[in-house]
Ligand binder design. Structure first.
Ligand code: M6R
Length: 369
């Protein structure tokens, strides 16, 4: 049942190109238009929405953080993303014009379920993004967009995360399409770029041997830090979460701009720091800033592990290890940039003799608060 792989996690990482393609399937047509008729919230209701709130836990929360950038960009609606366990104890301000998006692989996470119940009591409309047919969260929501990752067995989420991202992009574009804020060429272009993602992920997977070798060489380390900006920041958090749960290492993700506000004090000689670099063809200011962040930490002794777009020569002089990823637009980059981090964490866990599919103290679905 592991399809020849040693662990479910390895199988699920390898299934990602198909999971992404399956989640796009039937939702975009040949002309690049979106068809999300399954989201049964009336277009008139979606046009009235004045705020979006995304709630989720763990890896799904990281997908939700990325959704915020996409929703704000493509719809110009204010969007907040919040940990479900914080949201429900905060008396959040919600009404009939709030769209709440609850993201959950299992559809059974208690904190996310309680958050959506609370939101519906306040009159908000809830759209679930879920991987498990007929589970509680979609049953209790106004509408659901299923991710088609197939069953995810390993406790550490991989393919579900990538498909959650795809679903978030689709929802953001669909909201833009329905509300008329963005339509036509831009949506068609993004839809075409999304359909190229399975091929990109396939290519990333083919080039992972150096990442595995690097992971093995770091098996004795205690700490690994992760830095990112913009959508690279949630990717950094996700890379750190994978490493915590699988390798039981101290791993922390930071917004690179926060370095000077504290975390840079952690940098010491030979400390591995993974940096997620945005596309140099996107917002150039983002790219320039992160290149100077890499210089700053390297000057203080960090061992820099740089994830950058193929051909990004500007990072080469400051990278102790380079992990190239195919070119993707800035907002979509998490779909390719996350994959090496999954492989990295899985290999480190193996090298440290940990149980990959069943990390200690964790359960696949967290049905208690
Ligand atoms: O089933 P859910 O997506 O609601 O689960 C949320 C988290 O418990 C889950 O993503 C957890 O963080 C994973 N073990 C991360 O790999």
């Amino acid at each position: 049942e592991k399809g020849g792989y040693d662990y479910f996690m390895l199988k699920e990482i390898a299934e990602q190109p198909k999971a992404v393609a399956d989640t796009l399937l039937g939702r975009i047509d040949g002309s690049g238009a979106l068809h999300l008729d399954e989201v049964r919230i009336a277009p008139s209701v979606l046009r009235e929405v004045d705020k979006v709130v995304v709630v989720a836990c763990g890896t799904a929360y990281h997908a939700g953080m990325i959704a915020k950038y996409a929703i704000e960009h493509w719809t110009r609606l204010p969007c907040e993303t919040e940990l479900a366990s914080e949201f429900r104890y905060r008396d959040p301000i919600l009404d009939q014009r709030t769209l709440v998006i609850a993201i959950s692989q299992s559809g059974e996470t208690m904190d996310t379920l309680m958050a959506l119940r609370h939101a519906r009591e306040q009159g908000a409309k809830v759209l679930a993004i879920c991987n498990t047919n007929g589970s509680t969260i979609p049953r209790e929501s106004d509408a659901v967009l299923y991710t088609h990752a197939g069953p995810e067995v390993a406790v550490a989420s991989t393919k579900a995360f990538l498909t959650q991202l795809v679903a978030c992009y689709l929802v953001a574009l669909y909201l833009g399409q329905t509300r008329g804020t963005k339509w036509g060429d831009e949506i068609r272009t993004v839809v075409r770029q999304l359909s190229e993602v399975p091929g990109h992920v396939e290519r990333v997977l083919e080039t992972m041997e150096p990442v595995r070798a690097l992971a093995r060489s770091l098996a004795h380390k205690n700490t690994v830090l992760f830095l990112g900006r913009h959508v690279g920041y949630p990717v950094a958090l996700e890379g750190a979460l994978k490493l915590k749960e699988l390798a039981y290492m101290h791993a922390e993700g930071f917004a690179a701009g926060e370095l000077k506000h504290g975390p840079i004090a952690l940098i010491e000689d030979d400390l591995p720091v993974v940096v997620v670099v945005p596309s140099p063809r996107g917002r150039s200011v983002l790219h320039e800033k992160i290149v100077s962040n890499i210089q700053e930490i390297r000057a203080r002794g960090a061992r820099t592990i740089v994830i950058a777009e193929e051909g990004d020569e500007a990072v080469v002089p400051y990278a102790d290890h380079l992990i190239w990823i195919p070119a993707a637009p800035t907002l979509l980059q998490p779909l390719v940039a996350t994959v090496p981090l999954q492989v990295f964490a899985c290999e480190l866990a193996t090298a440290r003799g940990n149980e990959v599919d069943q990390p200690r103290n964790l359960a696949k679905s967290v049905t208690v608060e």
